[in-house]
Structures are given as structure tokens and as C-alpha cells.
Ligand binder design. Structure first.
Ligand code: ADP
Ligand code: MG
Length: 329
């Protein structure tokens, strides 16, 4: 598989505080992130709330302040640096990379019909020549998202969470993007509806050959659909691996702890409960050395002093931990 998006040593920083009182502070929310999303892949990103997942999703759409490194898109034949896109080039890029949000209740305009909600990207981006063409594209995508065509004339309030998320998915797909960034797209749904939406996303991905960047705090959700999973902690990636390898042989203590907190996963090996305790530290003052050392039972003097490098094996399993090879399974 070839690369669709290359992220190299990416950092994102927000300025917070008031410039009026000279109390502005720069907070690095993402630090030195490198990963590759391959064409046609269902790429999963997991981590606790506040670890920077949404910020990474936004950075992919040039909607977060990049302070270092680069994101390169290979969606077009000529590679593009996402941070430097402007004007028409940025519009074209955003047409090819669409986001589906978490909350289907607030992301759909209550005063628009379902038809108009799905049609809006076509109109804004000038992707249909006539009303007939718009209607035809809307119906086609609605059908693919298993929406009842009679519902197109109704308003969002008439629908359940799962149906609303189908509408949001249809809206994201109607411009025929290459990359879908799905940020906690099933988090607000009950479990059976979650499975329904995950199956829909997966079938859309395989039938259209789309690439997904799927963000979730929930490993069991990621386990359902993703080909490759990256685990994030406090603005950094600590482990990336093909799903099978990550779930069968997690290497990072943090990944092991996340897995141990998912009781429904059927794993062969025994995992220590409560491996990682306490709260995630503030991203404004991340610990020196390995960022997780304050919560890791295996931390040594080396972990306190020195950040671990990412180590990758031939099978594409990467981990950033000084001691992973000698830790208990
Ligand atoms: P996640 O999606 O993993 O829960 P986020 O990417 O939303 O994490 O947030 C990561 C960190 O960045 C948090 O500490 C959050 O407070 C901070 N953050 C996010 N957006 C902004 C912003 N616009 N300004 C300042 N800080 C922000
Ligand atoms: Mg988030």
C-alpha cells in the first residue's frame, strides 16, 4: 500500500492567556508525531481524553496551529504540504479530506432538511451542475448510507442518534473524498447502534477504497474496524502496530493498561490490572524524560531522564519505551 498521508515530526502549539497582560503561554499539545496513513487503510488513533487525538485530526485539515514538522498529502499525484495550502488548493484538499464529528445532534443544522444537509457540500464546492444532478448524488449517497429516501424531506429532529450519524456520514461522503477523519463518531451512540455504524463505515471503506483516520478513546471500538492502530499519550505516539499484533502482543505499558481496561476483549494473555494509575498530567507541563514515567510501574532512572525513541521492527510494530523488550508480558 502506498502512503496517502505522511506525518513527520509534527508539533502543534496553542497560545493561551491574554496578550493584554503579557501572560501568553505557548502550550505544545502535540510533540514530534510521526506516522504514515496508507491508501485504503482504516487507521485507528486511541488514547485517553485530552491526549491530543482531536488536535491531530484537525491538523490533518489545517485546522490546528502547526508549530513544527510537516504533513504531506499524497492524495493528488503531486505531493502537497498541508500547512502551506492556500486558496483554491486548500479548498480542493478539504474536498478530498472530510471530517465526521462525534455529536450527530449538534453537527446537523436543525432548520435544514436532510436533503439540503447532504446537498450543502456539493453546492458550496460547486460539485453539481444542476439541481437534478445534486438530487441524484444525494439520493445515491443516501442509499449507500442506508437512509430511507422518503426521509430526505424531513428535518433532523425526527431522527435517532444512529440515523443522524448516517446523515452526517452521507454529508461527508457526498463530495467523494479520499480521506475520512472520523472523530469519536460512534461515542455518542448506544452499543448496538455503534456496531451498526461501524459496519457501515467498514463497508463504505471497502467498497469505495477510502482511507479512514478513525479517532476513538475506546479500544474495543477500534478493535472492530481498524487495520493499524496508533496509541497516543499526552501529545505523543507511544505505539503503532497492525491491529492483530497490537492486541495480541502489546509492547508499551500504556497500551497494556488500555487493553486491560477493556473487559470484553478476548485476549490470550493475562494482563496486570490497574497498570497505569492516576490522572493524565497537564500537557502544559509534561513530565521530563518518558512522559508516562509518573504513572508507569516499570519506570527507572533512565525513563525519568531520557525520552525513549520510537523503535520499529520489520513487521511495522513500533514502540517508544526503553524497557519494552524486558517487561513481563
Ligand atoms: P482528545 O481529543 O484526545 O481528547 P484534544 O486534542 O481535544 O484531546 O486536546 C488535547 C489538549 O489540547 C488538551 O489539553 C486541550 O485542552 C488542548 N486544546 C485543544 N484545543 C485547544 C485550543 N483551541 N486552545 C488551547 N488548548 C487546546
Ligand atoms: Mg477529542
Amino acid at each position: 500500500m502506498s502512503a496517502l498521508i505522511d506525518i513527520d515530526n509534527l508539533s502543534v502549539s496553542y497560545q493561551i492567556g491574554s496578550s493584554l497582560f503579557g501572560a501568553r503561554q505557548k502550550i505544545e499539545v502535540l510533540s514530534d508525531i510521526s506516522l504514515q496513513i496508507k491508501k485504503g487503510q482504516f487507521f485507528g488513533l486511541v488514547g485517553e481524553s485530552g491526549s491530543g487525538k482531536s488536535t491531530l485530526g484537525k491538523a490533518l485539515l489545517q485546522a490546528a496551529p502547526i508549530s513544527g514538522g510537516r504533513i504531506t498529502s499524497h492524495i493528488t499525484d503531486t505531493p502537497l504540504e498541508v500547512a502551506s495550502l492556500k486558496g483554491q488548493a486548500l479548498k480542493d484538499y478539504r474536498k478530498s479530506a472530510q471530517m465526521i464529528f462525534q455529536d450527530p445532534y449538534s453537527s446537523l443544522n436543525p432548520r435544514m432538511t436532510i436533503r439540503d444537509i447532504i446537498a450543502e457540500p456539493l453546492e458550496v464546492m460547486g460539485l453539481a451542475q444542476s439541481r437534478e444532478e445534486t438530487d441524484q448524488k444525494v439520493r445515491e449517497i443516501a442509499r449507500q448510507c442506508r437512509l430511507n429516501l422518503e426521509h430526505l424531506r424531513r428535518f433532523p429532529h425526527a431522527f435517532s442518534g444512529g440515523q443522524r450519524q448516517r446523515i452526517a456520514i452521507a454529508r461527508a461522503l457526498v463530495s467523494e473524498p479520499e480521506l475520512i477523519i472520523a472523530d469519536e463518531s460512534v461515542a455518542a451512540l448506544d452499543v448496538s447502534t455503534q456496531a451498526d455504524i461501524l459496519n457501515l463505515l467498514k463497508s463504505i471503506q471497502s467498497s469505495k477504497g477510502l482511507t479512514f483516520f478513525f479517532i476513538s478513546h475506546d479500544l474495543s471500538v477500534v478493535a472492530h474496524v481498524c487495520d493499524v492502530v496508533a496509541v497516543m499519550y499526552l501529545g505523543q505516539i507511544v505505539e503503532i502496530a497492525p491491529k492483530k499484533s497490537l492486541f495480541a502482543m502489546p509492547r508499551h505499558p500504556y497500551t497494556k493498561a488500555l487493553l486491560a481496561s477493556v473487559p470484553s476483549l478476548d485476549l490470550d494473555q493475562k494482563l496486570e490490572p490497574n497498570l497505569i494509575e492516576g490522572e493524565i498530567p497537564s500537557v502544559a507541563a509534561p513530565p521530563e524524560g518518558c512522559r508516562i514515567h509518573t504513572r508507569c510501574p516499570h519506570a527507572t532512572a533512565l525513563c525519568i531522564s531520557t525520552p525513549p525513541m520510537m523503535q520499529q521492527d520489520e513487521a511495522g510494530h513500533s514502540v517508544a519505551c526503553h524497557h519494552w523488550a524486558t517487561l513481563p508480558a
